[in-house]
Design a protein around this ligand. Structure first.
Ligand code: AMP
Length: 412
């Protein structure tokens, strides 16, 4: 199938051609026609599948058809709600690119920055608004935003939105939109809470599911490394020095942990960037820009901050902490091995985290390969004596012979 078979119009096809997309992805093939038919659609798909274009392109097409030429006094006709600022910016950038040959105007609003410039843009009128829930409700309360002309209401990364405690905000926002509208819900997972939400805000939705799990497993090598908690930094540095060629995302469970790792790696001379919820908006944007440009090859991130952001061509992922939610493991390692390229993932597991391994393996339906050939094993008996005493080069030599002796043993 080609984009021209999807009832998109010339200005949109021209913008897609400029992006060098050759064919629509699976989610785009399935979702675009349903949105153009004006159906409510509920989509299970993760970031990296092309899901943003799967709603952005048909929304542009539907709005373009109806567009009333004036540039001033436009009314918000499409509302896209996202859980994080990064995702809002990313979705906005997509709309800008795909809509560059239309007369449609999009903008993004989110917290953590002054609302004045956002208000100025809104006052001039926009067709498409991408927003995080808090700032949206805030500006609505001040009568700067009206949602009574919304035709498409999109919830992106709905499961994350619920995890972040936005359920009541979403219900409030939904009530501000007209009853007669199209509702589109995108979520990486489909827990009962999302089903329940869908029942209250959608009408007879078409269900589309695009599974990315198996393709992730095919293109990402997964290694599990058992390690004492206090040696995790040393093992991480060992991996950066010896195993990883190219750019890497290191995931931490907490903001505190992310900051601590940033400092520790800086002391060892590594130039890293870090994103998490306590960093200012401008610091987060700068970090992502530096990472995307290649100014820094190491991005340290918490799950919430990293979810949904599009960073192409990541060579490796390190799970510095194992996630306590199995799906998060799939999201994290899905950051590497994208678009058919090979990726590597390394999961560091200490004693307290062993319990998470089983649930992750159950979810992905396979055992993760245990890499025992590393200098900081969890079992102290198996730790090479030489580790503390010898210089690095001598140490490496002795480890080789140690490793060959213990070749068949597992470290857990
Ligand atoms: P998303 O899942 O929306 O975050 O998209 C992931 C990446 O895929 C983004 O970098 C998009 O620019 C890219 N993309 C979206 N659709 C296509 C397509 N049909 N062909 C190639 N790349 C695409």
């Amino acid at each position: 199938m080609q984009f021209k078979d999807l009832q998109l119009n010339k200005p949109i096809l021209r913008a897609i051609a400029e992006k060098n997309y050759s064919n629509p992805t699976e989610v785009q093939q399935k979702v675009i026609p349903k949105i153009i038919e004006r159906k409510d659609v509920i989509v299970t798909a993760q970031t990296g599948t092309g899901k943003t274009a799967s709603f952005a392109l048909p929304i542009l097409r539907l709005l373009f058809d109806k567009q009333d030429a004036p540039k001033k006094g436009k009314k918000i006709k499409a509302l896209i709600v996202t859980p994080t600022r990064e995702l809002a910016i990313q979705v906005f950038e997509n709309f800008k690119k795909y809509g560059k040959y239309t007369n449609l105007k999009a903008t993004a609003i989110f917290g953590g920055v002054s609302s004045v410039p956002q208000q100025e843009i809104l006052e001039k009128g926009v067709d498409i608004l991408i927003a995080t829930p808090g700032r949206l409700l805030d500006l609505h309360k001040q009568d700067i935003i009206r949602l009574d002309k919304v035709e498409q209401f999109v919830l992106d990364e709905a499961d994350l939105m619920l995890d972040m405690g936005f359920i009541n905000d979403i219900k409030k926002i939904e009530r501000l939109c007209p009853e007669e509208r199209q509702t589109l819900l995108f979520s990486a997972t489909m827990p009962e809470t999302i089903e329940e939400l869908a029942r209250t805000i959608m009408i007879d939705p078409v269900r589309i599911s695009v599974d990315k799990n198996s393709s992730t497993a095919d293109t990402v090598s997964q290694k599990l490394l058992y390690v004492p908690k206090k040696e995790k930094i040393s093992l991480c540095v060992h991996l950066l020095r010896n195993e990883i060629k190219g750019n890497v995302i290191i995931f931490r469970r907490t903001k505190f942990g992310a900051d601590k790792l940033e400092k520790s790696l800086a002391k060892k001379g590594y130039n890293t960037v870090c994103i998490h919820g306590d960093k200012s908006q401008s610091a987060r944007q700068k970090a992502l820009k530096d990472f995307k440009k290649g100014n820094s090859q190491i991005l340290i991130a918490t799950d919430v901050a990293a979810r949904g952001i599009d960073v192409p061509a990541v060579d490796a992922v390190i799970n510095f902490d194992l996630p306590n939610v199995a799906e998060t493991y799939v999201h994290r390692i899905g950051r590497t091995g994208r678009a058919g390229s090979l990726g590597n993932s390394f999961s560091l597991c200490c004693e307290d985290e062993k319990e998470y391994v089983n649930t992750i393996e159950e979810l992905i339906g396979t055992k993760i390969f245990v890499e025992s050939n590393h200098p900081f094993p969890l079992d102290p008996e198996l730790k090479p004596e030489v580790h503390k005493k010898k210089s690095k080069s001598k140490y490496r030599k002795s480890r080789k012979s140690e490793a060959s002796k213990k070749k068949k043993r597992r470290w857990y």
